[in-house]
Design a protein around this ligand. Sequence first.
Ligand SMILES: Nc1ncnc2c1ncn2[C@@H]1O[C@H](COP(=O)(O)OP(=O)(O)O)[C@@H](O)[C@H]1O
Ligand SMILES: [Mg+2]
Length: 371
Amino acid sequence: MPSLPRPRPLTAGDTIGDRYTVKRVLGRGGFATVYLCAVGGTESRVAVKVLDAGAAGVPGGLSRFKQEARLLSVLASPHLAAVRDFGALLDGRYFIAMDYIHAADLSIWIEQRVAFDVADVATILRQILVALEAAHGRGIVHRDVKPANVLLEWNGVETTAIRAVLTDFGIAKVLDPERSPFASVQMTTPGEVVCTPLYAPPEVLAARPMRASDVFAVGLIGLELLDGAIPDATGDPKALGKKRCQMVELQLGPKAAASPLADWLRHCIPMRYWERFEDASAARVALDSIIDGMRRERAAASAPAELPDYLAGFNELGPDDEPQKLPLSSMITVEPLVTGRHALSHLVRLDTVGIGVERWERDAASWAARG
Ligand SMILES: Nc1ncnc2c1ncn2[C@@H]1O[C@H](COP(=O)(O)OP(=O)(O)O)[C@@H](O)[C@H]1O
Ligand SMILES: [Mg+2]
C-alpha cells in the first residue's frame, strides 16, 4: 500500500488541497500554522490553518481541530473569520480555509507599545465581546481569549476605523452538549487543562470553563491595552495559576484605574466568577452605556462653550418652558431645554435625528440669520 508523503514545512508555491497556493506564513500558534494563500490562480486570498503533524497525534488534537472548523462555520459575526473550507493535504494533515484578515494580532500591537486611548480600547473590547456573544449564544466558551488570538485591522488613528476579529476556537468548550447541536469532544484526559494561564481565571485552571471565563480574559486584555501589561504578569505560568486561585482580585494599572472603564473592568476580572458579568452579552451591554457616556462627554467638550447671541435669554425661560437642564454647551443636553418655543424645538428635532454638532451649528446659524 502506498504510504502518505512525510509532512514537511510548507513554503511559497506549495499547494494545499489542490486549490490554495501558499504565499507566506501568517502566524503560528500552539497547534497549527496559518498561511496566506491565493485561491486557484486568482487574486483572491484566504488564510489556511494547517494542523501541525505532531498536534494530530496529541490526545484530542484532531477532534479539537475538526470541532474548531465546525463551530466556526456556524458562528456568524463581522468580528469572526468565516470558515470557507475544510480538508486534508496529501500528507494527511488537516486544514481549515477561512477569510483572510489583513491585520497584525493584538499581541504585536502591544509589543510595539502602541498607545491606545480609552475610546480605542473600549471599541476593541466591545468588538471582541460581539464575537463572543455569537459563541456564548450557542453555548460555546472560547476559553483562549488573549491578544494573540485577536486580529486588529486599524490605521492607528481613527477609532471608527477599528475592526477586531477573534480567532482560534481551537480549545473552545461546548457547554451542555446534551442540549447543544454540537457533539461533545473529549479534548483532554481528566486532570489536564489546556489554557493560557496568564489570561485564565481560576475556574478555567480548575477545568470548569464558563461564559464568564471569557469575560475575565477580555477584562485582562483591557488592562493590558491601557497600561501596557497585566499587573501580576510575572513569574512562571504555573506559579501564576496557583497565585490566581488564591487571590480575590487583581489591581488595575494606573491608566486603567483612572479611566472611565475602571468600574467596568473591575466587574470583568474578579477571581470569583459569580462576581463578574455572567457572559459577553451582559458585559457588552454595560460597556455600551459607558461608550455612550464617553461620546456625550466628547460632544460636550467640542461644542461651543457659550450660547450664540441669538439664543441669549434662553436661560431665562419661564416656568412654562421647564424643564431646564444645564449645561448648554452640549448638544445632547439641548434636548430637554427646548420645550415651549418653536425655534428651539426645531433644535430638538435636529438633535433627535442624531445629526452632528457641526450641522446643528449650521442650522442654528441659518435660523438666526432668518431673524
Ligand atoms: N483568518 C486569519 N487571517 C490572518 N491571520 C490569521 C488568521 N487566523 C489566524 N491568523 C494568524 O495566525 C496565528 C495563529 O492562528 P491561531 O488560530 O491562533 O492558531 P493556534 O490554534 O495554533 O493558536 C494568529 O495568532 C494570527 O496571527
Ligand atoms: Mg492561537
